[in-house]
Design a protein around this ligand. Structure first.
Ligand SMILES: Nc1ncnc2c1ncn2[C@@H]1O[C@H](COP(=O)(O)OP(=O)(O)O)[C@@H](O)[C@H]1O
Ligand SMILES: [Mg+2]
Length: 254
């Protein structure tokens, strides 16, 4: 099992990148694949042509709340992680032809809910064992990923945004790593669709992380997102898709 996480600020093209990675894995015949939307923006589902509500699926946050908080959260009997895991299989997991999907959701009751957080981590760690690839779309701050989803991943892809100074990107990426207690094997930087490609080398030298290239700016992709259409159905010669596919090929993923 390999876990790949996409991070970056809102609007950098994280979710689009995750959707295009999914497309590349699907086309390469990789399976089984699980997509996890951990971003409160929650737009990954739409980008891969899934309507969770229509499919009658709840987000993980809703399941945590209904199982442990509204439901009283008895700790006797079936262990919490196991209880939650079976509810996720039943009511949370969207099972598709090409990949499965989980939405983390936003309905968190803040405070110290160590039990649900640990139960969730336990449940997900067990559930994800069934997949060969787990792709996670995550917001910039990774602390929730660590607290609730997983403490160890294989690859982190940091999508860099445009900015006047390349130094800004560098600082942000370093901050992300320092903030996160998440164990990772590889940390890669990627130029978002608005990132000046010529700053890639500079960022690579300063950060000592491999720069995988830039995601091509692509009006067709932008149109798809605007119209709520699935990026999985983009033609295989779509420039943004090709740029993402090349990155994955360079890492021998596909
Ligand atoms: N390669 C691209 N070319 C053109 N527009 C893009 C590209 N990637 C993303 N966008 C646009 O940028 C906006 C944010 O993309 P999104 O993937 O939702 O970013 P994030 O998940 O980081 O918030 C969307 O309107 C999307 O259409
Ligand atoms: Mg997003």
């Amino acid at each position: 099992m390999r876990t790949l996480v996409t991070v970056g600020r809102g609007g950098t093209g994280k979710s689009s990148f995750t959707a295009l990675m999914a497309k590349a894995f699907v086309e390469a015949g990789k399976s089984p694949i699980l997509l996890v939307d951990a971003d409160p923006d929650q737009n990954l589902a739409e980008m891969v042509g899934i309507d969770l509500k229509e499919a009658g699926k709840s987000t993980i946050a809703d399941l945590v709340v209904s199982t442990f908080i509204e439901g009283g959260g008895t700790t006797v009997g079936v262990p919490p992680a196991q209880r939650l895991e079976s509810r996720i299989w039943e009511n949370g997991l969207y099972e598709g032809q090409q990949f499965d999907f989980l939405g983390v959701g936003t309905k968190w009751v803040e405070g110290c809910y160590c039990m649900p957080n640990n139960a969730l981590k336990g449940a997900l760690e067990n559930l994800t064992k069934n997949y060969e690839y787990v792709l996670i779309d995550s917001p910039a701050g990774l602390e929730n990923l660590n607290r609730r989803i997983t403490s160890s991943v294989d690859d982190i892809f940091d999508i860099l945004d445009h900015s006047k100074k390349s130094q800004d990107h560098v600082c942000r990426a370093v901050r992300i790593i320092n903030e996160v207690d998440v164990q990772y094997k590889n940390f890669y930087i990627i130029g978002g669709y608005r990132f000046p490609d010529e700053l890639g080398k500079q960022a690579e030298n300063a950060l000592k992380f491999k720069y995988l290239g830039k995601i091509a700016t692509d009006p067709q992709l932008d149109d798809c997102v605007l119209n709520g259409e699935s990026l999985i159905n983009l033609p295989n010669d779509n420039p943004a898709y090709i740029s993402v596919k090349k990155m994955l090929q360079s890492l021998n993923y596909i």
